[in-house]
Every structure is written in C-alpha cells, then in structure tokens.
Design a protein around this ligand. Structure first.
Ligand SMILES: [Zn+2]
Length: 255
C-alpha cells in the first residue's frame, strides 16, 4: 500500500475533508448500508492514486485522516493487513483508471434508486423536473453478475459508465461520478429524489404522465444553468457537519 507521507498538499487536504463530509452526509440521509458501500476521490491526474474509505469502517467515524490513499498499481493490496473491501477496490480502482475524468466516485445502494434498478424496466422516466434532469443521461447496466469483487467486473462497469455521470446497476444500486465532491453529491441527491418520485408514482398504480422527449430534453438542458447550486447546497451541509463534529476535518500526519 502507498504510505501516507508526513506531508500532503492543501488540495489533498481539502479533498479529504470534502470526502469525509460526504461520508457523514450519507449517514445523515440514510444512504449508507451497514459498513459497506464506498466513496472515492482521485488524487493523481491519471486516477491511479485515489482516496477510499477503509474496509468496513462505519461512515459515521470517517475523518480526513482515516481515508486510505491507494495506488491501482499495487497488485498485492488485497493480501495486505489493511486491504480495502474487494468490491470497492475492483469497482473504484477500475473506474478511476479507465475514466480519469471521473474524479469522485460514489457507489451506494440508496433505497429508491436501488428499487428502480431492481425493476424489469429500470428507466428513470421523465415525469417532473427532477426526473427530467437525467433524461437520456444515464448509463444502464443490465447485467448483475454477483458481488463485483473481480477486476474483470470492474473493467466491465467502467466501460459502461464512460461519458456518463450516473450508472444504474441492475439488481444492485447506483454509481455516480463528478469532478468535485459537491458536484457528485448533488447528482446523487437529485437522482435519489427523482427515483423516489417515480417509485411513488408507480405505487399509485395509475398511469404515468410522461413528458415528451422535447420537453424532457429542454428541462435537462435548463438544469445546466443550475450547476453551481450543488456548491451552495454542499457548502451549507458541510458547514453544518463541521459545526456538529469538527474532528471530521482533522488530519494527523503519520510517518
Ligand atoms: Zn454495491
């Protein structure tokens, strides 16, 4: 494993704090699952070095210090004493390596997005402005092959995710990527809201009133003007988290 040095850049420290905050928010929004699921952030430009949560550590205990710095070239990582979760290593390592523009990767099983991903037709139909935000902008993986704990499965998932910020994973969950933690978190936030609306609409048993392709596309494009909204939203949530528990931002240097 790549050892933490006794010096990290201000950029890495800021990234560690934002990612640690995201873990805490996953708990707050009830999007965590036991001690599984994983969020990561690329540290190097090519994505080969990235931060990841330690294996099976509860999200409510993650701090800037506790994030592991991993290197995709470390072939013996899964045999080490502080090995990451195998599925985290395979999914995140391969996406960071193959899709370096995906700086932040959030993989989770949020209730409503996962429920939608378990339907025979997992399409997120545009029925309101939040669902329309994702119109024709989601990669759908229709093949569930068991736990994604093999490199070949990670490579396959990375190939499907290319050029998308959201991947709905059949019978499994979702993977969301972004350039910043704030951007990825906001995408996940609206994805879960949108899936909740669609699942609730389905639950009435009444026919859906689906938007035309033209209006759905217009709505999705309209959302582009609101890209900075995610920074404000995450900024507020981050301040609240740090106010309640300032240790989230603590970073201890180690040899
Ligand atoms: Zn998963």
């Amino acid at each position: 494993m790549t050892k933490l040095t006794n010096f990290i850049s201000q950029d890495e420290l800021a990234l560690r704090i934002d990612l640690a905050v995201a873990f805490r928010l996953m708990v707050q929004f009830d999007w965590h699952e036991s001690v599984g699921n994983h969020l990561s952030a690329a540290v190097s430009e090519d994505g080969s070095q990235f931060l990841l949560n330690p294996r099976w550590q509860h999200f409510s205990t993650i701090t800037a210090s506790k994030l592991q710095l991993l290197d995709i070239h470390d072939e013996n990582i899964l045999q080490s004493v502080d090995a990451p979760d195998a599925t985290a290593w395979c999914i995140h390592g391969q996406i960071h390596a193959q899709v370096p523009e995906a700086k932040i990767i959030l993989h989770c099983h949020t209730p409503y997005a996962t429920a939608l991903a378990c339907l025979e037709d997992p399409t997120l139909y545009p029925i309101d402005q939040n669902t329309a935000r994702f119109f024709n902008r989601i990669a759908y993986d229709h093949a569930f092959n068991g736990l994604a704990d093999e490199i070949t499965e990670g490579k396959r998932l990375a190939g499907i995710l290319q050029n998308h910020s959201v991947m709905m994973m059949a019978n499994h969950g979702v993977t969301v990527v972004g350039k910043t933690v704030a951007e990825a978190f906001e995408t996940l936030y609206f994805l879960e809201r949108a899936c909740k609306t669609l699942i609730l609409a389905y639950s009435t048993g009444k026919p859906l009133r689906i938007l035309s392709d033209e209006i759905a596309e217009k709505t999705a494009r309209g959302w582009q003007d609101y890209a900075a909204m995610g920074d404000s939203h995450f900024g507020y949530l981050k301040a609240e988290i740090l106010k309640c528990d300032p240790t989230v931002a603590e970073y201890y240097r180690t040899e």
